[in-house]
Design a protein around this ligand. Structure first.
Ligand code: EPZ
Length: 421
């Protein structure tokens, strides 16, 4: 099992190119199921979860070919409608094949995703939404077995669906299903994340009729079929935010290249609060830090509120900031797995239900720590970059799911990270 060895207290200086967003690429790759024509995608990040998605799509019969910077997918010969447990258990987002398979082929069998480290992760809204569109769905031996049998032309029927709470992949699953349904679908209380909008924009290029992307109410007029298209994946605002916090914690000066500040306002707002200088020049954002950080109170929420995927990273920043702070996690019930590991590095954090109280002003010390989930692992990397001495992070396959060339990018800007197995 790979480990990272990080020697800390090195200032980070230079340029980092931000990759395509994992959480946009996953649903957009899966959207290829909705058409028999070629979907050409650029700026797809090379990540473990992307490989898993490609494996899953190939298993369903999608033809996938790659050039240096483009992935071409063609779902002309779909001959299998079953997303097996051994793939779904490694990546919960596999549930996203349910809507497209059901909508285009009228049948699907997808292993019910289990929970994961950060919470129970239910998918009831996905299932109830598809049932509202006329699908017959039952749970059999741990699988979601879905069919449009009995519906005229075996086709889902557009309807009005209200999702509660806001769900990113729930919105994405139902949005994709609605594109080929009969009639109009109205999705209320929709997720507004940039990644959801990017999926919607790609679907529109494929011929879908969608209004209201980025608002609470998305309206879809179903069409008979979708065509091929070309699309470039939006930048990863969580990867960008992670590097920005790294610069803040190491008195660095960093140019994040290929970003759009308006899609990460809540993150930039909190960095400014922390005392970091931000120079926004279009698709490059410069972060300058003198290392004197103010503590920032964080409360996570659905977009455009502060993203839960940046909570662990800001907790790491708060452990060294001068003063006390509060971090409230409102989205997932168990997203404080990084706390115990940060405490091993000298942090002072007390957790009370979904709120962590951090007493800052610490100088963290290197230690042996363990990654538990994707963003918790990122917070350990950030802590290690600012800590005195050597940190060894174990189980870093979590990191490889969501950060492309992490140690290469960090070493290029002055970090000292080695990967060993
Ligand atoms: C997406 O997960 C992201 N994953 C997560 O990123 C991200 O943390 C999360 O959205 C929140 O922004 C992908 O896009 C692949 P949700 P998702 O459904 O869609 C509840 C990362 O680190 N809920 O928006 O699974 C749920 O329990 C990953 O990149 C239901 O109750 O999250 C949670 O409390 C981690 N019933 C809330 O909604 C449902 O049917 C939001 O979850 C679905 C969700």
């Amino acid at each position: 099992m790979d480990k990272l060895i990080i020697n800390g207290q090195r200032e980070l200086h230079g340029d980092v190119c931000i990759s395509g967003a994992k959480n946009a690429a996953l649903p957009i790759l899966i959207a290829s199921l909705l058409s028999e024509e070629e979907l050409k995608l650029k700026n797809v990040p090379s990540l473990f979860d992307i490989k898993t998605t490609e494996l899953l799509l190939s298993a369903l019969g999608v033809e996938i070919s790659k050039t240096s910077s483009t992935i071409i997918l063609k779902a002309k010969k779909i001959n299998n409608f079953n997303a097996p447990y051994d793939l779904v258990k490694t990546m919960r987002a596999s549930i996203l094949v349910l809507g497209p398979l059901l909508s285009r082929f009228g049948k699907a069998r997808v292993s019910l995703p289990g929970g994961c480290a950060i919470g129970s992760r239910p998918v009831g809204i996905h299932i109830e939404g598809l049932e509202a569109m006329g699908a017959q769905i039952k749970i059999e031996n741990g699988d979601i077995v879905a069919s449009t049998q009995g519906l005229s032309e075996n086709r889902l029927i557009g309807t009005e669906i209200e999702m509660n709470p806001v769900t990113v992949t729930g919105t994405e699953n139902l949005l994709m299903a609605a594109c080929l349904a009969k009639g109009k679908t109205t999705l209320k209380n929709s997720a507004k994340e940039p990644e959801v909008i990017d999926l919607g924009n790609c679907l529109i290029k494929m011929g879908a009729i969608i209004k209201g992307l980025g608002t609470d109410i998305i309206e879809v007029e179903g069409v008979e079929e979708l065509n091929g298209a070309e699309h470039s994946i939006i930048f990863d605002r969580i990867e960008a935010g992670t590097y920005m916090v790294a610069a803040a914690m190491t008195s660095g000066e960093l140019n994040c290249i290929g970003v759009e500040s308006d899609k990460m306002s809540s993150i930039l707002y909190k960095l400014k609060d922390a005392g970091v200088e931000i120079i926004d020049s279009g698709d490059v954002i410069k972060i300058k830090s003198n290392g004197k950080l103010n503590p920032v109170n964080i409360e996570t929420g659905a977009y455009p509120n502060f993203p839960t995927d940046m909570q662990a990273q800001f907790m790491a920043l708060n452990t060294i900031a001068n003063g006390n702070s509060k971090v409230k996690e409102n989205i997932f019930e168990n997203r404080f797995m990084h706390v115990q590991e940060l405490i091993r590095m000298g942090a002072d954090i007390k957790v009370n239900q979904n709120t962590a109280i951090i007493s800052g002003g610490k100088i963290l010390e290197g230690a042996n720590v363990m990654a538990t989930d994707l963003r918790a692992s990122a917070s350990l990397v950030l802590a290690a970059l600012s800590a005195k001495g050597e940190t060894i992070i174990d189980r870093i396959y979590h990191l490889d799911r969501g950060y492309e060339n992490l140690e290469k990018k960090f070493n290029q800007i002055g970090a000292n990270i080695k990967r060993v197995n």
